[in-house]
Design a protein. Sequence first.
Lengths: 153, 153, 153, 153, 153
Amino acid sequence: MARVGLADTTFARFDMASVAKKELKSLCSVGIKHRTVPGIKDLPVSALNLLREGCDVAMAFGMPGPEPIDKQCADQASTGLIRAQLMTGKHVVEVFVHEDEASDDKELAELAEERAREHAKNVYRLLFKKDELRKMAGTGKREGGPDAGPLRR
Amino acid sequence: MARVGLADTTFARFDMASVAKKELKSLCSVGIKHRTVPGIKDLPVSALNLLREGCDVAMAFGMPGPEPIDKQCADQASTGLIRAQLMTGKHVVEVFVHEDEASDDKELAELAEERAREHAKNVYRLLFKKDELRKMAGTGKREGGPDAGPLRR
Amino acid sequence: MARVGLADTTFARFDMASVAKKELKSLCSVGIKHRTVPGIKDLPVSALNLLREGCDVAMAFGMPGPEPIDKQCADQASTGLIRAQLMTGKHVVEVFVHEDEASDDKELAELAEERAREHAKNVYRLLFKKDELRKMAGTGKREGGPDAGPLRR
Amino acid sequence: MARVGLADTTFARFDMASVAKKELKSLCSVGIKHRTVPGIKDLPVSALNLLREGCDVAMAFGMPGPEPIDKQCADQASTGLIRAQLMTGKHVVEVFVHEDEASDDKELAELAEERAREHAKNVYRLLFKKDELRKMAGTGKREGGPDAGPLRR
Amino acid sequence: MARVGLADTTFARFDMASVAKKELKSLCSVGIKHRTVPGIKDLPVSALNLLREGCDVAMAFGMPGPEPIDKQCADQASTGLIRAQLMTGKHVVEVFVHEDEASDDKELAELAEERAREHAKNVYRLLFKKDELRKMAGTGKREGGPDAGPLRR
């Protein structure tokens, strides 16, 4: 059975991992391993360990704040997550929702929920539906909002 | 037979991999391996895997958005792609088209198409025509627009 | 017995390691190993060595200045700390307090003390209470200030 | 016989490698290995391969554009070149000329020529004249323009 | 006998390595190994090699210019120096003096001299006086200027 690792934070203000878990369970039969860390900078080693302990793919959930220093932290976290992937040859789908992507709490929660759900679908495709992903290449998909769609010529 | 790996995204709004594939096929006989991932941050490990599975060179296609956060993501992706190259000793030709490089959809599509085609030529040269590349050194080539040409003295 | 490594600097203007040490001792029985280096850029190798010498987790304390160049140094240090974690598969909880997070010395000292204490609790949880952390996922915890709490929908 | 690897790009608008080659040949007897790649992001793996194939030192020539995105690309390339050096324990002398360092084509060409020549001298010193370099420590040398000289006290 | 590696540049406008050497010799009996490279980007591999050849700790001296591009180069150099440390498990004390830290040549020279001297003391402490460093934790030390001191509460 395929295994998916979920790494999330106590800093985030929305429980994205539960949304992703539910979505994954509705799509396929996978084992789930879930780890929670304080903040996004703690995600890279957590994702690495999940992959090394046998997960086939991981998801890393985070909710960076709106300030320049928060963007800097998100940059460090993302860079570390990419390094974790290169060390293992496995994907870590990053599900980051920046606080300044929405104008109020309600909108931010909806965005986080939707992005988590749609990236769970991506994980399902990376595991079981690679052909489907290939057909979606260059089609302007967006996670957590309306798709941009392919360019109109 | 030489093998070229193509890694692209569902986020991009133009199917650059197909353009490159067609161009490569018109220039030489190569095997093609194609993987699609959600976004540009997923490209480094995808390119790494393609190279590790036997591809001699890879192309990574992406279309970063126009916002500062998008530039940051592109930076992380590019840094990861360079690391993937250093891990394997093989080239990954990055074909990124930034949304703010063109003023409308039509122009952006034309730029993406042309850049993909010209970088496919570069891949062909890296594989089979290293001498030709050496003769082009310092001549101000541009992919997806008019060449800048050598400096006039 | 679990062991915690503490790495801090002579540059910082508050002795956060002592606060963390006291908090850890009040929560559990752990061995402590403490190293002091000049500045935050010296923390990554110090944390790495602590982990390699047998510490199960490390804390890295720093107090970056308010200027752009200070943010750049903090970025380098954080990136290095993440790399140290990926090299060992162990957590390094970063406890950085930026000088511009408070308006005067008194407030800054209080922030540093509180953040050190709350991150010591996080270290305790990472070592002994992983389930507790999982229950706190997505609840908007903040170290050194009032929690943001979960998003109101 | 010592060997020097030269990596340059088709993007650059001046053939700096030829200048460096000529200068090196006038100073000493070295073997030269020359590779041309499309752009500066392709330089790190090219330099790495040159060093791994037996070159004792490498030079990497590039001419980044004037826009913020060009600075970002140069940053990625430089970071990769430093990594290539750390992987091999050998020097890669970076010879980058930024388009905005000069006000017109003629001045830019002169700068590129002079910088390539002076860095070729540095390569010669790194290979054969380490004592000479040590005597120049802290003397404010500049490649491609008048030396700044030591600080006047 | 402990050995200290010194890596500096011909770009810098002050001979900081000599100051550090003198200070180290006055404090303890150590072997010194000194390498000079063109610029700060050449320091990481130089420091790495010094450490690999048996130095117990290294110092890296540089004097970045005042422009944004200079800050970017300093960032690359510092990141590489941190990586060199992580690769060896040894400290490289970075002694960078930014040209815009002082208002004229005289002040800059004094700053460079003082910073080199005080960081030489740090190297001495890292080698022989770790307890002394631990007592200085969180006391607001500054190299090359008046100490900030601990926060007043």
